[in-house]
Design a protein around this ligand. Structure first.
Ligand code: C5P
Length: 467
């Protein structure tokens, strides 16, 4: 059996269902999965309902209905098959569509379509959901755009400065053919190209880090002025990257390349393949995959994933206004969290740096803050952030982040958190580069030390003798 066979088997199981329940995750990828799958299922005239969960864990498992519907777990489930078994779900009742590490359980053989075991490490669950939907009906290519958002939102385009593998060759191509996705092959590798004033877009970008520009809005503004780039419209509005003339874009990119070279830096992160959405309104966050994904994340992390789903289905009225509001809130809290991490400082152990933020920030966003803080801290050590879980005072949420360079040195945060949390009766998972866990509050101190030791073992196993 190959990946395509698994996709086919998943599509057959859905097509044969009388009724479907989709259980999905509240992040951009999970919200995209739900919008893709529920539309594909309802187009077959099969009744479908959806449930979003923060994580699949004992606390959230009761939200999964015990009815006769086919339960389709999307962007989660591969690592939590034990919970499905404990809940008494039979093989026939379950389909898992995921891209996380699978943890099979004895006595159950749930149907699963997962790109990871086939070596497709840079495709998200929305990508897998799209392939299943296309298998259900080849006319579903209008959903490719949603899969691009899910993939980009889950950072699948980050390491290689663009999507690769089936996410690129099938999904992006389908979206481009459909006309909803515009592929910009050598664009500036920068966030906020549809909404941020040009100089802020440059200043807030730290990948690559450009001396005099990164973290320096005034420096970026002067840099653009020296190049003769028009930064403001006659009415004073700031221009954004997507609307400036192509010659200006070339001028800025060449000057940034010179600046990097002058500082002895590599140019490999300066350009990226980016994905624009020409059918969306210019200068809105729905115009490119990265910013669209942030809108979805804002909805999900503030407990309104259905609002993100409505936007993916085309609602530009109330749902969009609600999302704009959440986005503003999301950005300001993340800025605040980032500042809190920098101001408070982290405690350094040999193989990680960590901080407990208490009950100040929601457990759904601490991971995002941790990721952003990393480039401003010692980025050669993974960061671990803990926080309280408001729904359960006995639990602590843990989020870890690192970067590609550290993963190349042998670090696997998924393995570290899954195994350490299991030792303390908790649960965790995710990816090598970003993972999360829930642990008992009483185990916090020991847990950090345990993870530190596991990371030490990972470093040593990959590169005996030195880091
Ligand atoms: O919550 P956070 O943003 O830190 O999650 C990072 C990654 O770890 C996500 O892919 C999430 O799905 C995964 N995760 C998990 N199990 C948990 C917590 C997070 O698989 N208990």
């Amino acid at each position: 059996m190959g990946f395509c066979d698994d996709v086919k088997a998943a599509a057959e199981q859905i097509a044969a269902a009388q009724e479907v329940t989709i259980i999905s995750h509240i992040d951009a990828d999970g919200i995209a999965c739900e919008a893709i799958l529920s539309q594909a299922v309802s187009r077959l005239e099969i009744p479908v309902k959806s449930v979003f969960v923060r994580q699949l864990e004992p606390l959230t498992m009761p939200q999964v209905p015990a009815d006769s519907s086919l339960k389709v777990f999307a962007d989660l489930g591969a690592g939590q098959q034990n919970l499905m078994r404990d809940r008494g779900f039979t093989d026939k009742e379950i389909l898992i569509i995921d891209h996380h590490v699978s943890q099979p359980v004895e006595g159950c053989q749930y149907t699963q379509v997962n790109c990871l075991p086939y070596g497709f490490t840079r495709m998200s669950a929305a990508g897998v959901s799209y392939l299943v939907s296309k298998e259900l009906d080849s006319a579903n290519t209008d959903l490719a755009m949603l899969a691009v958002i899910g993939n980009v939102g889950d950072m699948m385009a980050r390491e290689k400065c663009g999507l690769v593998g089936p996410a690129r060759d099938i999904i992006v191509e389908d979206g481009a053919r459909h006309g909803s996705v515009e592929v910009r092959k050598k664009d500036l590798n920068c966030y906020g190209t549809s909404t941020r004033p040009l100089h802020l877009s440059l200043a807030y970008n730290d990948d690559p880090f450009i001396k005099g520009i990164t973290n320096n809005p005034e420096g970026a503004r002067q840099f653009l002025k020296r190049l003769g780039i028009r930064q403001q419209a006659p009415d004073g509005r700031w221009y954004v990257w997507e609307e400036i003339p192509v010659e200006d874009k070339r001028t800025v990119i060449s000057a940034l390349a010179e600046q990097l070279m002058a500082n002895g830096e590599k140019l490999d992160r300066l350009l990226a393949e980016t994905y624009g959405f020409p059918l969306e309104t210019p200068r809105t966050p729905l115009r490119n995959a990265q910013e669209y994904a942030t809108v979805l994340n804002a909805c999900g992390r503030w407990s309104k994933p259905q609002v993100g789903g409505a936007i993916l289905r085309g609602d530009r009225g109330q749902a969009y206004r609600d999302a704009e509001h959440m986005l503003t809130n999301h950005r300001s809290i993340i800025r605040d969290l980032l500042q809190f991490i920098i101001d408070t400082g982290v405690k350094e152990l040999e193989n990680l740096q960590w901080l407990h933020v208490g009950g100040r920030y929601p457990d759904t966003i601490v991971g995002i803050g941790a990721g952003m803080a990393l480039s401003k801290l010692n980025s050669s050590k993974p960061i671990l952030i803990m926080c309280e879980v408001p729904e359960d005072r006995n639990l602590t949420k843990v989020s870890m982040r690192t970067n590609e360079r550290v993963v190349e040195k042998g670090i696997d945060l998924q393995q570290a958190l899954a195994s350490a949390s299991a030792e303390y009766g908790g649960g965790g998972g995710g990816h090598k580069i970003a993972a999360g866990a829930y642990i008992p509050k009483t185990a916090e101190q020991e847990f950090v030390e345990r993870v530190n030791r596991i990371l030490g073992e990972q470093f040593a196993a990959a590169c005996p003798g030195h880091r």
